[in-house]
Each structure stands twice: as structure tokens, then as C-alpha cells.
Design a protein around this ligand. Structure first.
Ligand code: NAD
Length: 245
């Protein structure tokens, strides 16, 4: 891959780097994306599965879908893109990952600071008393219920729900202080998560997009790499490391 030497120098001199990631970064781990070429939402309507109303109407169907996704996620491994981001912590003084993904792959790759904007499929909680259930749930007697009698749901953010405030605030702080802001494998159309791209730009960060195709924010980015993140990110980190030797 041909990479502009000026960009590598700029990146190598950065103090704080943020990686804003979406479903595309996990595509090479075998986890389907929602939008884009092979996205799931081309086949299913999101509001039928990923909303609180859908859950109240048909918890069995929603759980079937999440258990199916969980099985895929458990069978998958972090790919070279997740690993390159985790290793970036050895290159730059400050690194933060802000992910829209619920698959836990950044943590499994070793990233230490990961802000989860849309929750994590490994956690669950009661819709009534909000007690958390982090262990595997038992579905042998139907949809699992809390001791208080409330239905247990996955700890993921559904359409129409608020983002976890602490995660969003911490993300905003990281974004406001970063030198380079990577936008990796996201269609950048899910708000308010995508608003962080504009916050980054307003605060002077250099925006670098990595995606297999053009997106809504491609014209807005300072630099775009079109190709799989599992190839581009390791190449970039290799070049930066070489330039620092
Ligand atoms: P999205 O599905 O809307 O978009 C995925 C993007 O990734 C597309 O722009 C696509 O072109 C790009 N892409 C696909 N393969 C790629 C690759 N190998 N390298 C680089 N880019 C690639 O995803 P989104 O923007 O994250 O937003 C949708 C919502 O979907 C998020 O809220 C997230 O919670 C949820 N989601 C999460 C997972 C997961 O946890 N792995 C999977 C599917 C959806």
C-alpha cells in the first residue's frame, strides 16, 4: 500500500489518537455488518428486532436474534485491525477506542480504554429493577426473568434509546483532546455516535477514514483509505513504528 510520508510523520508525532469504530472493523472476524454491501438491514427491518417496543411485543424473537448474534461473536476472534489498534497503545502516549460495536472484540484484542457507545452483548439487565446479569442466562424455562419478576434484556442500545451518558461524555473528552481521529468501518449514519466525527473536526483533529467504500463523511475526512481495515491498520502502524526507529 502506498502511504503518504507526510501523513506517517504527522501520525508518528501525535500525542493522542482516537479510533472511532463501527461494525465494519469486525466484518473480517466474520461478524456481519448492518449496512453497506452485505449488511443485515438489507434483509431485516431494524425496528422489528432492535427496539424496546419489539422486545415487549415479542421477547422470544428478539432474544432468538441476540442469542444467534452472540453465538457468531463467541465463535469469532479479534482480527488484525483490532490487534493493530491494541498495539497502538505501545506507540502513542494516549489512545482511546470509541466503539459502536457490542462484540467485545477490542477488549479481547487487548485495548485498555474502550468506550462502548452502544453497550455490550456480554451483559444483560432487568428491564424493571435494572439489576445486571453478566453470566450466561438460562433459557430452558423460557425468557429469563429477574428475581423481581422483570424480563431480562441484553445491555445494548436499541433504536430510540439514549446512549450511556458516562460513555458518551468520556468519548467527547477524548475526542476534544485528540490529534488524529480514525473513523474505521462505520457508515457514520447512526446518531448521536456519528456526531463525534464533527466534534473531532471542530476541535482541530485530523480525520482519517478507513472503509471498503465511500460513506456520508468521506468528503469531510482529511484522508481516506478505501480497503479492508484488517489490512490497512496493520500497514499504517508498521509504517509509523518504522519511522520512529
Ligand atoms: P454499519 O453496519 O452501518 O456500517 C458498516 C460499515 O463498515 C460500512 O460503511 C461498510 O462499508 C464498512 N465495512 C465493511 N467491511 C469493512 C472492512 N473489512 N473494513 C472497513 N470497513 C468495512 O455499522 P455502524 O456504522 O457501526 O452502525 C450500525 C450499528 O450497528 C452500530 O450501532 C453497532 O452497534 C451495530 N452493529 C454492531 C456489530 C458488532 O458489534 N460487530 C455488528 C453489526 C452492527
Amino acid at each position: 500500500m502506498q502511504i503518504d510520508k507526510n501523513f506517517i510523520e504527522k501520525l508518528a508525532g501525535s500525542k493522542s489518537v482516537v479510533f472511532f469504530t463501527g461494525a465494519g472493523i469486525s466484518a473480517e472476524s466474520g461478524i456481519p455488518t448492518f449496512r453497506g454491501r452485505d449488511g443485515i438491514w438489507n434483509k431485516i427491518k431494524p425496528e422489528e428486532l432492535a427496539s424496546f417496543d419489539a422486545f415487549l411485543k415479542n421477547p422470544e424473537l428478539v432474544w432468538e436474534w441476540y442469542n444467534h448474534r452472540k453465538k457468531i461473536i463467541h465463535q469469532s476472534q479479534p482480527n488484525p485491525a483490532h490487534i493493530a489498534i491494541a498495539e497502538a497503545e505501545n506507540i502513542f502516549p494516549e489512545v482511546a477506542v470509541i466503539s459502536q460495536n457490542i462484540d467485545n472484540l477490542h477488549q479481547r484484542a487487548g485495548s485498555k480504554i474502550v468506550y462502548e457507545l452502544h453497550g455490550n452483548i456480554e451483559r444483560n439487565y432487568c428491564i424493571k429493577c435494572k439489576t445486571f446479569y453478566n453470566e450466561e442466562l438460562d433459557f430452558s424455562k423460557g425468557i429469563p426473568k429477574c428475581r423481581c419478576g422483570g424480563l431480562i434484556r441484553p445491555d445494548v442500545v436499541w433504536f430510540g434509546e439514549y446512549l450511556p451518558e458516562d460513555q458518551f461524555d468520556a468519548s467527547e473528552n477524548a475526542v476534544k483532546n485528540c490529534d488524529v481521529f480514525f473513523i474505521v468501518g462505520t457508515s457514520a449514519v447512526v446518531y448521536p455516535a456519528a456526531s463525534l466525527i464533527f466534534t473531532a473536526k471542530q476541535n482541530g483533529a485530523y480525520l482519517v477514514e478507513i472503509n471498503i467504500e465511500e460513506t456520508e463523511i468521506s468528503n469531510f475526512a482529511d484522508l481516506s483509505f478505501f480497503g479492508p481495515s484488517g489490512r490497512i491498520l496493520p500497514d499504517l502502524m508498521k509504517e509509523v513504528k518504522a519511522s520512529l526507529m
